[in-house]
Design a protein around this ligand. Sequence first.
Ligand code: FAD
Length: 705
Amino acid sequence: MNIALGFNSEVVDPAFVRSHHPFYNLDGVLGALYTPDDGHVDPSGVTLGLARGARQLGAKIIRQCRATNVQQLPSGEWLVSTEHGDIRCEHVVNAGGTYARQVGDWSGINVPTTSMTHHYFVTETVPEFLQLERELPVIRDDKRVSGYIRMEQKSGLIGIYEKAKPNVVWDDHCPWEAENHLFEADYDRVMPWLENALDRMPIFAELGIKQDVHGAISHPPDGNPLIGPVAEARNYWCCCGTQIGIGWGPGLTRELARWMVHGSADISMRAFDPRRFGSYADKKWQNIKAREDYLLRHEIPFPHFNRLDGRPVKKSPLYDRLKSQGAVFEEIYGHERPRWFATGDEAQRDHYSFRRNIVDERVAEEHRAVRERVGIMDICAFTKVEVSGPDAELLLDRLIANRLPAKQGGICLTHMLNRRGRIEMEMTILNMGEGRYYLTCAAVFEQRLMDHLAHHTAGEAVTITNRSSDWFAMTLQGPRAPEVLAEQVTDSLALADFPWLRGREMEIAGQRVWALRLSYAGEMGWEFHGPRDAMLPLYDALWQSGQPHGIANYGSFAMNTLRMEKMFPGASELTNEVTLPEANVMRFVRSDKDFLGKADSLGQAELPWVCAYLAIEADGIDDGHGGEPVLLDGEVIGSTTSIAMGHSVGRILAFAYIKPAANSPGQQLEVVIANAPRAAVVLGAAAYDPNSERPRGIASAEAAA
Ligand SMILES: Cc1cc2nc3c(=O)[nH]c(=O)nc-3n(C[C@H](O)[C@H](O)[C@H](O)COP(=O)(O)OP(=O)(O)OC[C@H]3O[C@@H](n4cnc5c(N)ncnc54)[C@H](O)[C@@H]3O)c2cc1C
């Protein structure tokens, strides 16, 4: 049983499989995952049932009526032209299946999905099935079959996701007459896996295939469906790109409806939001990624699995430099971001495991370099947006929960909410002076932030400039950072001259950039932001002056372990599922001012859950991966959102949403990691430097005295 989600599943041995499925050849099988509550439905029956329900609730369904165009009117409404006349509407949903991309083209909207074909085969009647009194479980056999095997009435059904030569169709245009088109079976393509399936199910081996089904399925670049608003126009929604439309359809469309009606879904839709792709996701790239996705369908989804095809997309100015220094990159909103650095002869690639491996050792070294010496990181992937103009202050003040920094150079950490009072995103804001504000947040929010600002501008005179691609961002962190930076500047870096949470435009190594004294690592350090051209010379100069101080590169994995020690919640904790009190970020909220979503966020009579910070005993083997159940006296009271080893404190640290009554410092709990409960305790403050003396420079000032 996956107790965190209440999902019925268990790992079982071959004897269990044999007792439930006596016909399966279990050669080489060590175990299986049993999910007894799964089922299958007749798709047309379900569709008709849903249509009937919709009609009962007042929906009008017009069948046999092709839409021929979708255009936005100057009023903002949409005009859908159809074979049976025009329809004017406030909102339009593109649920065009394999036609979705070309339907999007009518309105200038890029719908990143590619049609790939998939086969299943139905055998003649299986004599052994005739006497069966119950249905056999569906078997998914990733390794040998790369597909699924189940009963179809009294026949056998074998579905194959071949692991070579995936087939793209209708790359340019899906013919209108192609609806539900089935292609001729391509036995050559699927044969090795089909043969393996027959080897697994010997009772099928002598039977003929009475039906082959070879149809097209939509694949977005990362395999997740496209559910939600688009970047290019307002009130245009996607509900497409679904490979498992029957399985996913009900939940996803319920959330889409909530999003359209209430302004936010109830669950985090970040993984499905069409705006997770930018304009870089052109047709050529979609095609490459869809093929990759198809081939990964029956692969093991290891933690931090890195999809490598079609990369690099957006290279930072440091890409080649860092690559030559061992960087292993991950892609985030098209940006290549270093995740960790290989050293010596080590293979410069991902090393996958559910347990600790060599990568964790390197991450621990990078972590310690930042804590004990100085580390430098390419953070170009950050979303970087400038809001300027006479009403910039007015607009931002209305949208953020914290107070906007009043003075030039002031910095604040704050949150923007949607109108239901749930968190849209967390960000840092720098007052650049003269009515200019610089907003930075996680890369995945780039389009979301642009839309949020644009949609909530109510006649204010502001200019919103997306600097995410033409500006760089880099960070220098650690107790030796001041000495390293001092060699490249003439300005004073004394604490009194350049205090914590202040930003200043200055010349560093001959480059005019903004330096922001803040730290996601919880150390003395700076972030640098400015035009891209400045990045490489700046990095080279700092790298050079950092040599005597033992400067090291670090990546996003170390950044994560560092922030976990500092009790800084991140994108996994701060989602549209939670309000400000639930996220436990009230210290960044000014309840004496008004802001979008305030009443709903702060007005809850009772919190259903709250974000707790836990320390968990480490076993040196497995540090968890997120989503672990949290137990109090054996009862599930929540689950983790982020979990990571705190390399400086020697304990595993986690954020978890749990029942509020359990969130008191010192409360003993258990967290189930790799199926075994471990002792955990609620912490009331950061595990490392709880008073933030290090980033404020108090620790180094005291050491110097
Ligand atoms: C061989 C095969 C096996 C599969 N097995 C499974 C499975 O076991 N489980 C599962 O969950 N899924 C399975 N799927 C996938 C599933 O069929 C799809 O995910 C699902 O049908 C997608 O639903 P949809 O509503 O997004 O698109 P569709 O079902 O394609 O519906 C889109 C509709 O929009 C209509 N349309 C498009 N353009 C226009 C226009 N201009 N005007 C009017 N109407 C238009 C189309 O005619 C179509 O009816 C399988 C698919 C195939 C091919």
